[in-house]
Design a protein. Structure first.
Length: 314
């Protein structure tokens, strides 16, 4: 090595270690929203870089972590390579402008997507740390609340009466699914009622216990028997989620589903088809306001109280 080359190498070494102005490339600033309710839908990180590098590029990475140092629970969010500009002294430095990284499910690794999906499914926010790192420098961290505290919301997703047309004194099999994505803290009850064509309650059929937690509870096909004295006509079997009103929900206006039922004195062979549930029915105000608990009528055999159903899906 010539004396000139050796002097240049020594100069570069001194420049790299001399002080903060010529330290390895790192963050001058890093900012992001303090609360991100739906991180998979996307959010932005703003940052500025400073320092210098012997290489013409620097790798910028962002993570979500349970700790400010990344010692446990680290999920990669975004990575990009930044081009640096060369100086007269031979080092490379980043341009001074503010940069923006847009983070969404499409920039994340699969394990980060799965982790954030689990937070969304739990419907409870988490206190986390946003970490930034340039090459192999120390982490920069910012606190971030991820997810949203959400209330349960019961609604009926399926149901049927089979058959949907019977004679007075006949019976039909009822089944239904009731779902809430966000978990309920306590058990509740689905109330079952017989209504006329104008949604007036005629008889109480019974109640079905729904367990705490989230997911879909399924009521298996169960026979409901009707009195021989019930007049022919059009009726509904109505289902009221949280009939005992013990769950505070995010939407209290989608708790009712109805299934049409025809009572006829002359039953044709072609009338054995099922009737399907109609969800999210808006009832007259006097019914929706609580006038749905008459004494058991004589049109239907009252079902014994059902034990809480098991959660089938989540």
């Amino acid at each position: 090595m010539t004396m000139k080359a050796a002097a240049r190498a020594l100069l570069l070494m001194c420049v790299v270690v001399a002080g903060p102005a010529w330290a390895n490339v790192n963050f001058i600033s890093m900012s992001a929203p303090a609360n991100v309710a739906a991180p998979l839908s996307g959010f932005s990180i703003s940052y500025k870089l400073g320092g210098s590098n012997l290489l013409a590029t620097a790798q910028v990475r962002f993570y979500l972590s349970e700790t400010p140092t990344g010692s446990t629970g680290v999920w990669p969010l975004f990575s990009t390579q930044v081009l640096l500009g060369r100086t007269a002294g031979g080092l490379y430095i980043p341009s001074p402008e503010t940069r923006t990284a847009y983070v969404s499910r499409f920039s994340m690794e699969p394990n980060a997507v799965a982790f954030l999906e689990s937070i969304a499914a739990d419907c409870v926010s988490r206190n986390m740390y946003l970490l930034g790192r340039v090459d192999f420098e120390a982490f920069q961290s910012r606190t971030m609340v991820v997810g949203l505290n959400e209330l349960p919301d019961f609604s009926f997703t399926a149901g049927s009466l089979t058959p949907g047309t019977i004679q007075p004194g006949g019976s039909t099999n009822l089944t239904f699914d009731v779902h809430t994505r966000c978990p309920a803290a306590t058990t509740s009850t689905v109330g079952l009622y017989l209504m006329d064509a104008n949604y007036q309650v005629l008889s109480v059929i019974g109640g079905v216990g729904i367990p705490s937690g989230g997911g879909t509870s399924r009521f298996p096909p169960t026979a409901i028997s009707f009195s021989a004295s019930i007049p022919p006509g059009s009726y509904y079997v109505a289902l009221f989620a949280d009939a005992n009103e013990v769950i505070y929900e995010s939407n209290e206006n989608n708790n009712v589903g109805v299934i049409p039922l025809q009572i006829t004195s002359a039953l044709a062979a072609t009338e054995a088809a099922p009737q399907e549930l109609v969800p999210d029915v808006t009832l007259p105000s006097e019914v929706a306001g609580g006038a749905r608990n008459p004494p058991p009528g004589d049109y239907v055999q009252r079902l014994a109280p059902q034990e809480a159903l098991s959660v089938e899906t989540h």
